[in-house]
Design a protein around this ligand. Structure first.
Ligand code: BG6
Length: 470
């Protein structure tokens, strides 16, 4: 890594070639859900059976229509200072049945998007899975089923072969723990199961799928880097009481180290294995799985950071024989005076991003990483529209600046951070939240044919990128 030191031109000057951009996902932006060969993912299916689970009954079929408007959108990325942009390839668009035939329309579409980004000097970062299991694969058992692992690896291989000549940065999964906890513990994603043992199996299969995809990537000798994107939620204890400290340690094992350690160090944390073994909750591990995980560490980590986790020792008495949940080992702690984003209920604690950077520097071999998501969702932003017709989202600029100050400090302390991507480029559809909270640098007006208008934050982001600092 090039040595980074503070310069004087701006208060916060970032290293040369720093990535400024944003992240999005195929299912949240493309729309055209049933067009040109695409078949349903779990989201399309779930919407048909339980539309009420989606904010205002808005499902994933249209979203922001990136499928048809990608050219215009890429121009807007330029106007908002992007030198890089992440999106995902929808498995259910490229291989509509999950396994078998490749959809030529999808190949054309993703080729056009990648080429258009490159033609505009925007580095494409391609992610392969953003919570969007093809329904045909879910019917086989989703991540619980070993055949689905193999089908995912074939899908990954197809993507590397089709687009690997132009894409330099690949990611196997976005936030792989989310489908585990949301789909198999907390009933927030389809298939809405509550069963820790099955969740553990899903987690293990996801990690094996990831490691096998990395192996294929290396074997194909693709000229690029491969990584994974993890949502890290550092755990902080209520106090230094050893029982609170232990509660935070355990929460960290379940929600961070469970994925971070295998993908970087090639092994699950021993302490986590012991906790699960004691309760007979270990997943089935097939011969060769642990070797595959050990032999395929990532090149690059994406860190999605939104909020910390605060915990205290378990005080609540559990009913006799209650089925295991991670929360049986700690209680959430509501710290007085926390700053909360009222629209999302998430704590805003900027300095935690620095703690993550130092942890990666000291405990993960100073692995190269970038902030792959960070952002502020706000409801009802249209009321901030000014006389010139654009939204004055000063709070978003402040949010980004406050986080970047800590990123900058982490860089000065020697952390190996290569860039910052905001969630997200333009307002988009979000899982069960639909369009409730807006995160974009660019407004998408649902009442006016999805008209795009750059917000104040988007104008500011361009200056940030051009100045490489603020
Ligand atoms: C991230 C996900 O965790 O958070 C995105 O990668 C998601 O897909 C984003 O949209 C914001 O969360 P939400 O639920 O407020 O849209």
């Amino acid at each position: 890594m090039e040595k980074f030191s503070q310069e004087t031109r701006h208060n916060y000057q970032f290293p040369k070639h720093f990535w400024w951009g944003s992240a999005a996902s195929g299912p949240q932006t493309e729309g055209a859900a049933d067009r040109e060969g695409r078949k349903p993912s779990i989201w399309d299916y779930w919407y048909t059976i339980e539309p009420d689970c989606f904010h205002k009954g808005i499902g994933p079929e249209n979203t922001s229509d990136f499928y048809h408007r990608y050219k215009q959108d890429i121009q807007l990325m330029k106007e908002t200072g992007h030198n890089s942009f992440r999106t995902s390839i929808q498995w259910s668009r490229l291989i509509p049945d999950g396994a078998g035939e490749v959809n030529p329309e999808a190949v054309n579409f993703y080729n056009r998007v990648i080429n258009e980004l490159i033609a505009n000097n925007i580095e494409p970062f391609i992610n392969l899975y953003h919570f969007d299991m093809p329904m045909a694969m879910q019917e086989k058992g989703g991540w619980e089923c070993r055949d689905v692992v193999d089908a995912y690896v074939d899908f990954a291989k197809t993507c590397f072969q089709l687009f690997g000549d132009r894409v330099n940065y690949w990611f196997t999964f976005n936030e792989p723990i989310v489908p585990v906890e949301a789909g198999y513990l907390y009933q927030l994603h389809y298939p809405k199961i509550v069963d820790f043992k099955r969740a553990a199996q899903v987690a293990h299969h996801t990690i094996v799928a990831h490691a096998k995809a990395v192996e294929v990537f290396k074997n194909l000798r693709i000229d690029g880097k491969i990584g994974i994107i993890l949502n890290l939620t550092p755990s902080y204890p209520r106090s230094q009481d050893p029982e609170d400290v232990q509660a935070a340690r355990v929460a960290d094992l379940f929600f961070n180290r469970s994925f971070l350690d295998p993908v970087t160090k090639g092994r699950y944390p021993e302490e986590l294995i012991e906790i699960l073994r004691d309760r007979e909750l270990l997943p089935v591990v097939e011969p060769g799985d642990l070797e595959t995980i050990r032999e395929n560490p990532i090149d690059l980590l994406g860190v999605n950071y939104y909020q910390p986790r605060r915990v205290k020792k378990k005080e609540e008495i559990l009913p006799e024989g209650a089925a295991f949940m991670p929360e049986h080992l700690f209680d959430p702690y509501i710290m007085p005076g926390r700053k909360i984003n009222p629209h999302r209920g998430w704590e805003i604690c900027e300095e935690v991003i620095f703690d993550i950077m130092i942890d990666l520097r000291d405990n993960y071999g100073n692995l190269p990483f970038f902030i792959s998501e960070n952002g502020m969702g706000v409801e009802g932003e249209a009321k901030f529209r000014n006389a010139e017709g654009y939204i004055e989202d000063h709070y978003r600029i402040e949010f980004i600046q406050n986080h970047l100050k800590w990123v900058h400090k982490g860089l000065l302390e020697g952390a190996n951070c290569l860039g910052y991507h905001l969630w997200t480029f333009m307002d988009n559809w979000s899982w069960t939240n639909a369009y409730k909270n807006r995160y974009g640098l660019v407004e998408v007006d649902l009442d006016n044919h999805l008209k795009r208008t750059i917000k104040k934050s988007g104008r500011w982001y361009k200056q940030l990128s051009e100045n490489n600092g603020f």
